[in-house]
Design a protein around this ligand. Structure first.
Ligand code: ADP
Ligand code: F6P
Length: 319
């Protein structure tokens, strides 16, 4: 193996640049040539590929987004399109790849491996919804962004004795809601992985109000329902001065936290080591603070385990 390619695919996540940098720098340190592939699988098929030097990734570690751009390109599910991508790999002499993205991107990466081009996947998504890894690149930054907003909302909630329903991202996963909820002292956290009852939430708010705690933050995962819908259901049980706030794509941007940068750096270097050992079709993860790899195929049949003990903690600590 002499030449490796790197791409980012699917939704961007803070820390993707740190991962790109780590892959490029580690590969160059090991004497490999590195090629950046713009716009994920779309750029691969279009041949939007360029040679990267160590300096190409200078000053990117602190930046959110992805310097390699990203795209959703469902056409890559078709074999004919995959073969066009293979033609480009041959044209540029790329033998192996690192694909940074979510599980959709891993499907594309596995196809390339099956065609004889080893690909290793790094979990780049704010959602933390990838199996066999405790954390994904971008999750910590997104939680901190959500937390910053929740802290600000708490100020105005307290001043006006209001209840804020704060909708956070996560697609079908409640991890951002759980972490931001516990860290933000939420009165309740509503996630897809745990059943809930709006009446009980309302009763809890009522008893808090009776005890003198007249404002509250409820963190709602987008995978459950929209914030305004939840607010409407809540209002059916009483007047809580409810306001709904949707944090949206702000959670996808911003400078990555130190934790995401270190995670991305570790995973990027590890991916190069796996490729150098002739391995492919593997997804990198971190479990109990150890770098791990698992066959992508295993991931497709598994589900990410949300840390549900945090749910109980959020309940126990709220009144
Ligand atoms: P994520 O990687 O964040 O889960 P997507 O599900 O949008 O995001 O997948 C990213 C890209 O991966 C898709 O736009 C497509 O190019 C590629 N991809 C997804 N599923 C497959 C598949 N079954 N076969 C080949 N490529 C796929
Ligand atoms: O997967 C990352 C994510 O930001 C999810 O949290 C969210 O549901 C989705 O992507 C939004 O997708 P889009 O950027 O295509 O609107």
């Amino acid at each position: 193996m002499k030449r490796i390619g790197i791409m980012t695919s699917g939704g961007d996540a803070p820390g993707m640049n740190a991962a790109v940098r780590a892959v490029a720098r580690k590969a160059i340190t090991e004497g490999l040539e590195v090629f950046g592939i713009n716009y994920g699988f779309a750029g691969l098929v279009a041949g939007d590929i360029f040679k990267m030097e160590a300096a190409t990734v200078s000053d990117v570690i602190s930046r959110g987004g992805t310097m390699l751009y990203s795209a959703r390109y469902p056409e890559f599910e078709q074999e004919a399109t995959q073969l066009k991508g293979i033609e480009q790999l041959n044209k540029f002499g790329i033998d192996a790849l690192v694909v940074i993205g979510g599980d959709g991107s891993y499907h594309g990466a596995l196809k390339l491996t099956e065609h004889g081009y080893n690909a290793v996947g790094l979990p780049g998504t704010i959602d933390n919804d990838i199996p066999y890894t405790d954390f994904t690149i971008g999750f910590d930054t997104a939680v901190n962004t959500a937390l910053d907003a929740i802290d600000k909302l708490r100020d105005t909630a307290a001043s006006h004795e209001r209840t804020f329903v704060v909708e956070v991202m996560g697609r079908g996963a409640g991890d951002i809601a759980l972490w931001a909820g516990v860290a933000g002292g939420a009165a309740d956290v509503i996630i897809p992985e745990h059943d809930f009852d709006v009446k009980s939430v309302a009763n809890k708010l009522k008893s808090s109000r009776e005890r003198g705690q007249k404002h509250a933050i409820i963190v709602l995962a987008e995978g459950v329902m929209h914030a305004d819908e939840f607010a409407k259901k809540l209002n059916a049980y009483g007047d809580f001065q409810t306001r709904a706030t949707v944090l949206g794509h702000v959670q996808r941007g911003g400078n990555p936290t130190a934790k995401d940068r270190v995670l991305a750096s570790k995973m990027g270097a590890y991916a190069v080591e796996l490729l150098m050992a002739g391995k492919g079709g593997l997804a990198v993860g971190i479990q109990n603070n150890q770098l791990v790899n698992h066959p992508m195929l295993d991931l497709f049949n598994a589900k990410h385990e949300t840390e549900l003990s945090l749910y109980k903690l959020a309940e126990d600590l709220s009144y």
